[in-house]
Design a protein around this ligand. Structure first.
Ligand SMILES: C[S@@+](CC[C@H](N)C(=O)[O-])C[C@H]1O[C@@H](n2cnc3c(N)ncnc32)[C@H](O)[C@@H]1O
Length: 390
């Protein structure tokens, strides 16, 4: 059941999207629909503060599962910050602020605090939540934390990182019909309740740009059957370049669920990878609950590797979350955090299992590193490096 406030917000977003469909001549590309449903000022899921993370919210991310995640990321950052003792960390999309707090807390004990921790956050609501959380947990470090609404103009050295942000970049949805390629878009259906039901899918012959992009992807997917539906992210390269341009020297760490292209576009994944989250329920219908639910697509890590080159970075590593955490000695982190407390040890070991579970978070989530002018070891990729699969 939706609360009254949710139902009203949902109805407002529906109304707005319906106007946008009408203004576009009755058919809106899915990419535009996803963009507006997530980011329309004052209305979208990420811009209007409707979303919640953690238990009781819409979804749970690795930092919400355990502070071990942030502790290991901190160890990875420390290897880079050794080169840049007055460096900066820029986190994109910081959610509840837990990852930032876990990273800062662990870097403090390692004696490697960055001079500045910047957060680029699109949601005003989450920005406030992050500020409250960090001020309460690390009051003595809050001076180092700065919030940004666009990438910094001043170049800096250090680390840029983002957990589960790329999956929200709007994607183009297509259907393969042999010689003919179609783009999927959204039209108005019958008037529904606040949960949706008002929008329906409709395909159109794809334009030249979408057709060319799909023909290239088809090579990776080899022979798709007629009716094969999938998606790609046309703005991945431009967006990643825009948010990483400010790094003069250092590392970029991307964490997200996804696959190398050859596995992403396999024949059996014939309905694509769209995944929506509404109150801890994952489902595949992005037309429901507009403005009230998260809409995501898996990341094509081959495209992200290609983007590293256009952004002027060296592709420095690619692995699963499980191997990344193991390479950064999550076992030692458990021991350090638990000390002699056997109950705490058992709790943390359980959390580590959740983060590293094969077939679940440990494998579905990948980590990619880009480097620029930073000759450093990245232990997160020392145990397993899957760059050859890209
Ligand atoms: C799925 S949450 C992940 C939060 C956090 N990184 C974590 O792991 O718990 C996505 C976060 O990215 C933010 N976000 C989404 N798109 C963004 C964008 N284009 N620029 C900056 N932040 C964005 C959201 O507001 C939210 O804080």
């Amino acid at each position: 059941m939706l609360s009254d406030a949710q139902a009203q917000h949902g109805a407002r977003v529906q109304e707005y999207l319906a106007e946008q469909v009408a203004a576009a001549g009755g058919w809106l590309s899915f990419e535009r629909f996803m963009d507006l449903a997530l980011y329309a000022p004052g209305l979208g899921y990420y811009s209007a503060g409707a979303h919640k993370l953690g238990a009781g919210g819409d979804f749970t991310t690795a930092p919400e599962v355990s502070s071990l995640f942030g502790a290991c990321v901190a160890r990875q950052c420390a290897e880079v910050l050794t080169l840049f003792p007055a460096g900066t960390i820029l986190e994109i999309g910081a959610g509840s602020g837990r990852l930032a707090a876990d990273i800062l807390a662990r870097l403090e004990t390692l004696g490697q605090l960055p001079a500045r921790y910047a957060i680029l956050e699109i949601s005003a609501d989450l920005r406030q939540r992050q500020r409250r959380y960090l001020a309460q947990r690390l009051p003595h470090l809050i001076e180092r934390v700065h919030w940004l609404d666009r990438p910094p103009d001043e170049p800096f050295d250090g680390v840029i990182l983002a957990n589960e942000v790329l999956d929200a970049l709007p994607v183009t949805r297509f259907r393969w019909q042999g010689e003919r390629i179609e783009e999927l878009g959204v039209v108005l259906g019958p008037v529904g309740d606040a949960g949706g039901g008002r929008f329906a899918w409709e395909s159109r012959p794809a334009g030249a740009a979408v057709t060319a992009a799909c023909r290239q992807l088809a090579v990776a997917g080899r022979a798709w059957d007629e009716g094969y539906v999938s998606e790609y992210c046309p703005r991945l390269a431009a967006w990643t370049m825009s948010v990483t341009r400010c790094l003069r020297a250092g590392a970029v760490l991307w964490f997200d669920y996804g696959l190398p292209r050859a596995q992403y576009y396999l024949l059996e994944r014939h309905e694509g990878t769209l995944l929506c989250h509404f109150r801890q329920r994952a489902h595949g219908d992005p037309l429901l609950y507009p403005g009230l639910q998260d809409i995501t697509a898996w990341v094509d890590f081959t495209a992200l590797a290609e983007a590293s080159r256009s952004a002027g970075y060296e592709l420095a590593g690619f692995t699963t979350q499980a191997f990344f955490l193991a390479g950064l000695r999550i076992d030692e982190e458990i021991q350090t955090a638990a000390g002699d407390d056997t109950n705490q040890f058992a709790r943390l070991a359980n959390q580590a299992r959740q983060l590293m579970m094969p077939g679940e978070m440990g494998e579905r989530f990948k980590v990619m590193a880009w480097l620029r002018d930073a000759p450093c070891e990245l232990s997160g990729f020392a145990l397993q490096d899957l760059r050859h699969t890209l």
